[in-house]
Design a protein around this ligand. Sequence first.
Ligand code: ADP
Length: 163
Amino acid sequence: MNTNQQKIAVFPGSFDPITKGHVDLVNRASQVFDKIYVAIGINSQKKYLFSLEERLNWLQDVFANNEKVAIGHFEGLTVNYCKEVNAHFLLRGLRNASDFDYEKTISQLNSIIGDNVETVFLISKPAYSHISSTIVREIIKGNGDVSAFVPSTISEELNTKPS
Ligand code: ADP
């Protein structure tokens, strides 16, 4: 890789919904990369709580003031999307040992099938390491308050929706 080349990363995920943990990760990674594509990977076998449109709108909203961030979505292999947007890096977060075990395998596979795409990991800040989209979805389904876990634009929108 040419060292003068822009450092472009893809941060792939379901973001169902995006949490304060994701936001913190992207903001910290903005100091490392020139551009970050926060991209929703669409898995046709998976059931999502929020539509693609809702999740994309939230991402647009949350990162509107971060000029290094672009929002996207893709179907199929993450490494193919990386090629499409000319990204040589994948960004992922690590909260705990189970994240590590899972991410290690995926990263090694992606490095082989993705023509040396490097995965860069950031360790979650302690304040956010207990947050997951799965837990947030459970709280939403139980009509609980998720304002401690998601950006305010999302919690405000959820609070004004009839349950
Ligand atoms: P996926 O469907 O791929 O698990 P997620 O939207 O749940 O997508 O997560 C995308 C990435 O964000 C993963 O690398 C995950 O480890 C990371 N992540 C999720 N929650 C947090 C958090 N609270 N702090 C830091 N990283 C996180």
